[in-house]
Design a protein around this ligand. Structure first.
Ligand code: ATP
Ligand code: MG
Length: 352
């Protein structure tokens, strides 16, 4: 007996709704004639939340999200709400904490179809396929005390044993499902929190004897990500370093309009979203690249619903449009969001 999966849809701002429409069209096409059944629940959030419900994160959206099997979010925010009492981005920080989302996971994958778009030489990027598992709720961005005064300023880098242990388990479990290798990133030659990070990695690693581990200082890692990206599988990294390194990694694929992400909670639904912003500069022109949202949908199917075959079908459609250059202007093409989406839907209809 298969149950109907509840997917909360937070459609986003500026190009958000444009690419969400694309993502949902591909979801519908790819799940047609399968046993996967879902229900979409529209909820106000971000700028759209302010407009429709007076707040970037209305209580009703929190409630419905907590009951959901997954939350699908598009890009939010933008100049329209610059003077709002609570800005759209506030909603994002709060929904992460309400859903207890402690890990942010971003894949960096360069398929054969994408290889020419990478700023790196093909021989460097060939076979690149890794994920960054970034700690999201602690570390330098949340540690206290935190002060900005006239003649001094303080930030605190803090980690508890519990926080480090759970992110390690998350990363090692992912590695077991992937290529069974974990890279621990820190600055343990200098920082206490990093020594702690590495020590716990070592201990947790013992429960995953099938997974190999190596260790990098974050400065060395920024170089390795460029010089040998294909050697990584799962990279587990603290909040601040992860923020920086995941943007660096995104560039390897050549376009931020392609990359999905997921945030994982202790229990309850994961939250899926493209990594880019709401791109107010191109909104309303019909030229937003829908690939990021389509990849986000594929990631949700694989990770939250174990629907790997449907996800693979969608990934194949993405490869197909890139190979045939059916792409939007940011990727050097001339097609609209709608035309690119239609190409993917048509491909999926004729799949197999
Ligand atoms: P944020 O602060 O929300 O992360 P940002 O200022 O970093 O936003 P983005 O909105 O991510 O900026 O966009 C950066 C650039 O990439 C913009 O020029 C934008 O037009 C472009 N861009 C982002 N996403 C897409 C997309 N899906 N398709 C085409 N171009 C995109
Ligand atoms: Mg940005």
């Amino acid at each position: 007996m298969t149950s109907v999966k509840k997917i909360v849809v937070l459609k986003g701002d500026y190009i958000g709704p444009e690419i969400m429409t694309a993502g949902l069209a591909v979801l519908e096409a790819a799940t047609k004639d399968t046993t996967f059944a879902y229900e979409l629940i529209d909820a106000p959030f971000g700028g759209d939340g302010i407009d429709r419900a007076g707040d970037p994160l209305p209580q009703s959206t929190i409630d419905v999200s907590k009951q959901a099997d997954a939350v699908l979010l598009s890009a939010i925010g933008g100049p329209k709400w610059d003077n709002a009492p609570r800005r759209p981005e506030q909603g994002l920080l709060e929904i992460r904490s309400k859903l207890n989302l402690f890990a942010n996971i971003r894949p960096t994958k360069v398929t054969q179809a994408q290889i020419d778009r990478s700023p790196l030489k093909p021989e460097y990027v060939k076979n690149t396929d890794f994920v960054i598992v970034r700690e999201l709720t602690s570390g330098a961005y949340f540690g206290k005390p935190r002060k900005l005064e006239a003649h001094q300023a303080i930030d605190t880098m803090y980690y508890s044993e519990e926080e480090v242990t759970r992110i390690m388990h998350q990363g090692f479990k992912m590695a077991q499902k992937r290529n069974k290798h974990v890279t621990i990133v820190d600055k343990s030659n200098v920082l206490a929190t990093s020594k702690f990070w590495r020590k716990i990695a070592n201990e947790v690693g013992k429960s995953y004897p099938d997974v190999t581990i190596d260790y990098y200082y974050v400065d060395a890692m920024t170089m390795a990500i460029m010089s040998k990206p294909a050697t990584f599988d799962v990279v587990i990294i603290p909040n601040l370093f992860g923020d920086i390194l995941s943007d660096e990694a995104a560039q390897i694929t050549g376009s931020i309009g392609q990359i999905p992400s997921m945030s994982v909670g202790e229990s309850g639904p994961n939250l899926y979203e493209p990594i880019h912003g709401s791109a107010p500069d191109i909104a309303g022109q019909g030229i937003a690249n829908p690939i990021s949202m389509v990849n986000t949908v594929a990631m949700m199917l694989a990770e939250s619903f174990d629907e790997k075959r449907i996800a693979d079908k969608i990934t194949a459609a993405v490869d197909y449009i890139i190979e045939n250059h059916y792409v939007t202007p940011d990727m050097g093409g001339t097609m609209t969001t709608g035309e690119v989406t239609q190409k993917m839907v048509d491909y999926i209809k004729n799949y197999e």
